[in-house]
Design a protein around this ligand. Sequence first.
Ligand SMILES: Nc1nc2c(ncn2[C@@H]2O[C@H](COP(=O)(O)OP(=O)(O)OP(=O)(O)O)[C@@H](O)[C@H]2O)c(=O)[nH]1
Ligand SMILES: [Mg+2]
Length: 206
Amino acid sequence: MLSPTQKVLRTARFTMAAAEPKQLLNDQGLEIAFAGRSNAGKSSAINAITGRPSLARTSKTPGRTQQIIFFELDEARRLVDLPGYGFAKVPNRIKKHWRTLMAGYFTNRVALQGLILLMDIRHPLRDEDIQMIDWCVDTQTPLHILLTKSDKLSKGAAANQLQKVKKELENLGFEGASMQLFSSLKKTGLVATLDIMTEWLNIPHE
Ligand SMILES: Nc1nc2c(ncn2[C@@H]2O[C@H](COP(=O)(O)OP(=O)(O)OP(=O)(O)O)[C@@H](O)[C@H]2O)c(=O)[nH]1
Ligand SMILES: [Mg+2]
């Protein structure tokens, strides 16, 4: 049986891709955005969360999604796939474009209810991830962190890594972010993520 949240998420459909800040959808309703390094598994997570395996395009080539992609759930709710960062080999012109586009989105985005930050469990808390966390603190955006591809580690190693990253975040002075293991492949942690999304999207419990 699908929960009310799963029913809403299942209706997700591609709405538009914004390559420039002026193309962003109107700042209305409720949105959840997905951010992370390129290849962290953002698009795969959106597909797992919506139960729609081919909704967001996934790729082995980092930096594939260089636009802000909007997926509409209903008239008042949306998911947003943000362009990945951290790719070493791209020209400065593309890095600059990324910054302009992201700043255009984050500045005064009233619809943004929370950010889901995805980090590959094997490569967490890189500089740009910490910048994203800083951004959330500055804009008072609720943050939930997924340590993705947890299937790549044994259960014990994944649990240890989760504790370690939690400690590191505390040491950096960030409190208030929740964090969990996640695997799009094995559906690990899906229920916990859906619980947070239920709250952020203000979906009534049955
Ligand atoms: N083993 C495993 N592989 C995964 C998982 N999630 C994603 N991947 C793989 O990681 C690669 C990148 O996944 P994407 O979902 O395209 O990553 P992305 O963050 O959207 O990347 P960009 O769009 O480039 O920013 C793909 O080859 C996926 O199949 C997971 O949970 N487990
Ligand atoms: Mg992607």
